[in-house]
Design a protein around this ligand. Structure first.
Ligand code: PLP
Length: 468
């Protein structure tokens, strides 16, 4: 133990932050003044703590500087960066959901680079409406009278409820009081929108009469929520959309449906299980339909609201609308994504989300086979690499119980230890473009569905940097 006075002497030896900074001009230029200064402060405070607790760390300005720079330089240069999604979940909420189409990306770049006619009418030379084009194309594709757009579907539901039902009651079936991954819970959104939830029916069965007996003079709206990420099976009952629409009309209140994913085309054409389309839902009598931009639609994060013109007009003048409005880059990406729907027969090529969902199994397997030798070489004898069957999912609550046959690199540890698999998964995540797979059943599975053919090379090239 060194004495109090020895400690004091050591503390006095510590160089000051500004003294250290003085001859670090090069590092400051490369890494940023505030960052380097803060890192030096943190390091010095660690040293002080060590001295006070009786340790005798080596105090040398050169060592301190070197340690701080090494630590800073080893941090990723960007916090938000691309990864390889080999989880088998096409629309992965934690990995950014839909990949944008080439035309959407080009449109984002164009409006990001310079001025645009965002709110400027080129014909009259006067102020324009930022939503005119997007509204027109949503109406064209859904048959809706009017439409508007906000930040995401949660915002769409919030805006609709707040506009049409603040201070009033909204009956919702108990089977539809869902939580969508993360923090979107129907009851919470209703509370924040200022409306009172009136639960009707039971978890598995709700009848038209349950709704009818819940309607009173304080009821503002009927709402139906698509049970996105789960499915109730067996002894179930729920009134048809048509019956609910008629009931709402009888009581002169609007009927709104939160479709969640909400797609625009008939999925059977693509050989996929049916999902309700927005057009069909409106034909069934919904007055308003809300849905996401970055789920099955395959566009940027956004919330779309389509339906009756008088209701949309009310939504547009709610002050919340201004707080939830879309920025120019999202608008540009969304318009270009929607334009692709004018040629639905091309969508399996032009829209990445549908391209990945409809990928040919043989193609995926061949690609996995071609990757296998590269993984065998990179991983050595500590791991076994095979190509196995896999089941991909669409994700983001779209078609939750449907799976898509796929192929995966199935990696097992020669030791049989899960810890070796976790070490490998961690090392894959530390690659320049991190690789995200799935640990399941004693194997690390890298589902190749979402690795487009042209991306194989990029994955192979960085395997030599794997640090195990
Ligand atoms: C996904 C989903 C939401 C939330 O949509 P975001 O675009 O993620 O905000 C709301 N309701 C349902 C039914 C959903 O499936």
């Amino acid at each position: 133990m060194n004495s109090e006075s020895q400690q004091q002497a050591q503390l006095r030896q510590l160089p000051g932050v500004n003294t250290l900074l003085e001859d670090m001009a090069g590092d400051v230029a490369a890494l940023g003044h505030a960052r380097v200064k803060q890192a030096l402060r943190d390091h010095l405070s660690k040293l002080r703590k060590a001295i006070r607790s009786g340790e005798t760390p080596k105090i040398c300005a050169e060592t301190i500087k070197a340690q701080v720079i090494t630590a800073l330089a080893s941090l990723p240069t960007s916090n938000l960066m691309p990864v390889f999604n080999l989880t088998g979940i096409v629309l992965h909420s934690n990995l950014g959901r839909a990949n944008l189409s080439a035309s959407a990306i080009a449109a984002v770049q164009a409006v990001a680079q310079g001025a645009s006619n965002l709110e400027f009418d080129l014909t009259t030379g006067k102020r324009g409406d930022r939503e005119a084009d997007i509204e027109a194309i949503i109406c064209e594709l859904t048959g809706a009278e009017a439409a508007t757009v906000v930040n995401n579907n949660a915002a769409a539901v919030l805006l609709a409820l707040n506009t049409l039902a603040m201070g009033h009651e909204v009956p919702v079936s108990r089977g539809e009081l869902v939580e969508i991954g993360g923090s979107f819970r129907v009851p919470d959104i209703m509370a924040r929108a200022g409306c009172a939830l009136r639960e009707v029916g039971t978890t598995n069965r709700t009848h038209l009469t349950d709704y009818e007996s819940a309607i009173g003079k304080n009821t503002a709206l009927l709402m139906k929520v698509h049970s996105s990420n789960y499915r109730i099976e067996g002894f179930t009952a729920t009134p048809t959309e048509g019956a609910l629409a008629d009931l709402a009309a009888d009581y002169k209140i609007p009927f709104m449906i939160d479709l969640g994913s909400g797609n625009l085309i008939d999925f059977k054409v693509l050989g996929l299980p049916e999902e309700p389309t927005v057009a069909h839902t409106l034909q069934n009598g919904a007055d308003l339909v809300t849905f996401s931009g970055d789920k099955l639609l395959g566009g940027p994060q956004a919330g779309l609201i389509a339906g009756r013109a008088d209701l949309i007009a009310q939504l547009k003048v709610n002050p919340l609308k201004r707080a939830l409005r879309l920025d120019k880059m999202t608008l540009a990406a969304l318009i270009e994504t929607l334009k692709l729907y004018r040629h639905p027969e091309q969508l399996h090529k032009t829209l990445p989300t549908l391209r990945l969902i409809t990928r040919d199994l043989t193609e995926i397997r061949t690609q996995a086979e071609s990757l296998r030798p590269h993984f065998i070489e990179a991983l050595g004898s500590a791991y076994h690499v095979d190509v196995g069957d896999a089941l991909s999912q669409i994700g983001s609550g779209s078609l939750p119980v449907e799976t898509l046959p796929s192929a995966a690199l199935t990696i097992r540890a020669s030791s049989g230890e899960d810890s070796d698999l976790r070490t490998l998964h961690q090392a894959l995540r530390e690659l320049p473009k991190p690789v995200i797979g799935r640990l399941h059943d004693g194997a690390l599975r890298l589902d190749i569905r979402c690795l487009e053919t042209h991306e194989s090379l990029g994955l192979i090239d960085q395997l030599s940097e794997l640090r195990l």
